[in-house]
Ligand binder design. Sequence first.
Ligand code: HEM
Length: 157
Amino acid sequence: MTETKRYTSVAIALHWIIAIMMVLLVFVGWRMGDMAEALRGGSTEFTLDDVRFVFDMHKTFGILVLVLSLIRLAWRFMNPVPPMPAGMKPWEVTVARITHIGFYVLMIGMPILGWITASSGQAPSFFFHNEALPIPDIAPNNRSLHEVTEFLHGRGG
Ligand code: HEM
């Protein structure tokens, strides 16, 4: 049996798409928080619709990250990954494994927390800011749940 030496091109493509999207989502997440605060403070720099547009795009691409991450995980189970480089010390292998698992927790946990935050809050959510495409709720409308997940989602970023 031949040993896998490289990650498959699907795994490599998903890796980079997800990585780039997550970095952009963090920056957009911070920016949209600032925009919402400015609007609440009476700024006329943005309209409510501008802010909702940015929130909706953040949610849309965040859910896409969730879907792609689940595909990436399924792909990993279906395709053997290359072994760690020979000569790595046992503790290095352990750190690498824990880091890998940590990234999967973030890739899947962050969008789920964000989705619960959006679902448990008051504002309506639409894919691509299109009112014909409502984002379904995955949690009840609940203030305490909203505050907890908002905090955790914010800390994750
Ligand atoms: C990997 C995916 C995601 C990343 C990296 C991410 C990152 C962030 C970051 C950095 C913030 C700003 C937090 C702060 O300033 O305190 C934020 C806010 C937010 N995100 Fe995400 N997010 C992701 C996915 C999602 C998804 C899928 C949804 C909803 C469907 C979502 C909904 C929200 C909401 C509603 C806020 C504003 C929370 C508030 O009111 O402070 N996010 N996100």
